[in-house]
Design a binder for this molecule. Structure first.
Ligand code: NDP
Length: 257
């Protein structure tokens, strides 16, 4: 029997990497979602050509402009999605867009730290706040339902690099200082969202996609984007209240904060 797939999705940062693969694999399911809102900052340019080609083949795919750090862009995207949902809620929001700028204890500066925090923490915060009414609406469409992704869920793309417990001196040599700090802050945001939105029936989880061959992960990464995304989709469909407000990896293992 085919696994149950939520009716509607919104994913940020879909023109390449993990975001694009999430869109591809959702559309390829035997029982695909009724609507996937794939957002990116520059639809209509060569940077989003693959997404545009997909949209030409799949009427259930809507490509929406969304710069996650710009409140005006977020509000405009929300209005468009609300219009296209025609009174229905949004089941799943995936805050995938993120950046990595190399920095060490020596090289990090104010500009670097603020820039990475703006994309990796402020962006998911703005997007979640804006789309919250639609997530709540989806949860209310099934008021007696358990917390899971077919009802309403919000997933933040984090990283094992955020884990304070797992960060040792060896790892410190990797120049990921601002990235680690930003994803640790994203984890705290996830925990607070999970506690705050539990009463609304919205499941909130942070996930580490593995070290993946994308522009961000680089060519030496052990996982293909296909392996990472198929693993994560399996994890998402098995999420229950037990995983509310925690960090899991692409294989479903809990990562300590
Ligand atoms: P990529 O660099 O391949 O893609 C990043 C995506 O995010 C692009 O679509 C990019 O759009 C988009 N993006 C960046 N900033 C913004 C913004 N302000 N507004 C809208 N979109 C934006 O990265 P990955 O696919 O590898 O990473 C996806 C997520 O997974 C990130 O959050 C990352 O931190 C996380 N992750 C990745 C790992 C890996 O090994 N790859 C490991 C751990 C976590 P544009 O093309 O316009 O720049």
């Amino acid at each position: 029997m085919a696994e149950s797939v939520p009716r509607t999705f919104l994913i940020t940062g879909c023109n390449r990497g993990i975001g694009l693969e999430l869109v591809k694999q959702l559309l390829a399911k035997p029982n695909p979602p009724e609507k996937v809102f794939a957002t990116c900052r520059s639809p209509g340019t060569s940077q989003s050509q693959e997404l545009i080609n997909l949209a030409a083949k799949h009427p259930n795919l809507s490509v929406i402009k969304l710069e996650t750090t710009d409140p005006v862009s977020v509000a405009e995207a929300m209005k468009e999605v609300e219009k296209q949902l025609k009174g229905h809620g949004l089941n799943v929001l995936i805050n995938n867009a993120g950046i990595l700028q190399e920095s060490s204890l020596e090289s990090v500066d104010e500009k670097d730290l603020l820039n990475v925090f703006t994309t990796n923490v402020v962006g998911p915060m703005l997007v979640t706040k804006a789309f919250l009414p639609l997530l709540k609406k989806a949860a209310q469409e099934n008021p007696q339902g358990e917390m899971n992704w077919t009802r309403a869920a919000m997933i933040n793309m984090s990283s094992v690099g955020s884990s304070i417990e797992k960060t040792s001196e060896t790892f410190l040599w990797w120049p990921l200082l601002s990235y680690r700090c930003s994803k640790a802050a994203l984890n705290m945001l996830t925990r607070c969202q999970a506690l705050g939105y539990k009463k609304d029936g919205i499941l909130c989880t942070a996930i580490h996609p593995g070290w993946v061959q994308t522009d961000l992960g680089g060519p030496k990464a052990p996982l293909t984007v296909d392996q990472s995304v198929s693993g994560m989709l399996q994890v998402f469909c098995n999420l229950t209240e037990t995983q509310n407000g925690i960090l899991v990896d692409w294989e479903g293992k809990t990562i300590p904060w």
